[in-house]
Ligand binder design. Structure first.
Ligand code: ADP
Length: 363
């Protein structure tokens, strides 16, 4: 009888609760025991009542709640081996032999590192006299399954991460609201959106709201972008448009890696294009609120698949991450997905734009 732990880690994202609900209920459905680890890796390192056994009713109402009800955190201790050693001990004390982690690439990297170290950690616990050989014997293999919870949609090998469509919908609603006042006063608005190193939210928000201009990290604009932008926006105005919307991804930069700030864009629109311009920073509104239908569905289907992956795992299977590719729920090797994502980000940072674009195309 497997004892499966589920946790949310890193930045919160709408839909994470749906994933917890699906993992808990699917685990129970298969006659196994389910545990929630509270506050991400913090709960694993602290143990005790931060790890709670879950019943069917404990996740009632989770599906439609935003954020994560079991909490999340950024945990420095887990970055160190000593923290992971403590985490391993807590898991064995609670009898947990598999972990489903819903988080971003940082959380999933940490999870795979934990699994790679697992045999060494057990050995150390026995050597230190923390646990007996008989106690650790049934826990020789640790199963890790990743679910990608992130509003940024920044992981390779999956078309969508849990939370990205809720965030996109929220951004679109906000831009629609700004639109009405912009049109009334014939104003320009510069809107900054989240996404860290990934421009997906900004790009899709631009497409979905018909923005005049967008800036994303993956495609830094040509050196003459300042004139270019003003020219295009002026053309739109000459065609009769009463408002201007420019969307800037938080990670946007030019070809010299100089950050493109909303303030700089505003100055250009005010001084060069002579438009009455305001900045709207959506901030944490973008991550909050109820998950949209797609994220509930994605979280549920992926949570179900995660439990199946735990039950089918062999010691040889690499840790999987559950993905959505062309509308199908599939498993992919977790480390490869994270490595490819890092490569895309690194390539961008290394000014290797063409390669970065090629990688993105190949996804
Ligand atoms: P996200 O999962 O959203 O990318 P972070 O990068 O902040 O968020 O990671 C969340 C947590 O995962 C960290 O606070 C840390 O506890 C753990 N973590 C991240 N990277 C590693 C790593 N390389 N090794 C061990 N733990 C890690």
């Amino acid at each position: 009888k497997r004892r499966i732990g589920v946790m949310t880690s890193g930045g919160d994202a709408p839909g994470m609760n749906g994933a917890v609900r699906a993992v808990v209920r699917m685990t129970l459905h298969y006659g196994c025991e389910a545990f929630a680890i509270y506050e991400g890796y913090d709960g694993l390192v602290k143990g005790g009542d931060m790890i709670k056994q879950m019943g069917w009713e404990d996740v009632r109402g989770f599906l439609s709640e935003g954020g994560t009800l079991i909490g999340t955190a950024r945990c420095m201790e887990f970055m160190e081996r000593a923290g992971r050693l403590q985490a391993a001990k807590n898991m064995i004390v609670k009898g947990i032999d598999a972990l489903v982690i819903c988080g971003g690439d940082g959380s999933l990297t940490g999870a795979d590192k934990f699994r790679a170290e697992w045999p060494g950690l057990l050995k150390e616990l026995v050597e230190n006299g923390d646990l007996t050989e008989e106690k650790v014997e049934p826990f020789k293999y640790l199963n890790i399954v990743g679910l990608v919870g992130s509003i940024d949609n920044d992981l390779s090998m999956t078309d969508a991460t849990i939370g990205c469509y809720s965030s996109l919908a929220r951004i679109c609603e906000a831009v629609d609201s700004v639109d009405t006042t912009a049109t009334s006063h014939q104003r320009a608005f510069v809107i900054e959106v989240m996404g860290r190193h990934c421009g997906w939210l900004a790009l899709m928000a631009g497409v979905s709201t018909g923005a005049d201009f967008i800036f994303i990290p993956e495609i830094p604009p040509p050196d003459n972008w300042e004139e270019d932008m003003c020219k295009i926006i002026k053309k739109h105005r000459d065609l009769g448009k009463r408002k201007t919307i420019v969307i800037v991804a938080e990670g946007a930069h030019d070809r010299n890696l100089k950050k493109i700030t909303p303030q700089h864009v505003k100055t250009l629109l005010s001084e060069k294009a002579k438009l009455d311009t305001r900045i709207t920073t959506l901030g944490h509104v973008q991550r909050g609120g109820t998950p949209c239908a797609y994220d509930r569905m994605l979280a549920t289907l992926q949570g179900v698949e995660a439990v199946k992956a735990v039950l089918e795992a062999t010691p040889e299977t690499p840790s999987p991450v559950i993905c959505m590719i062309e509308n199908k729920i599939v498993r992919r090797p977790l480390l490869e997905a994270v490595a490819q994502t890092k490569e895309v980000a690194t390539a961008i940072h290394a000014k290797d734009f063409d390669r970065a674009m090629l990688l993105r195309d190949a996804e």
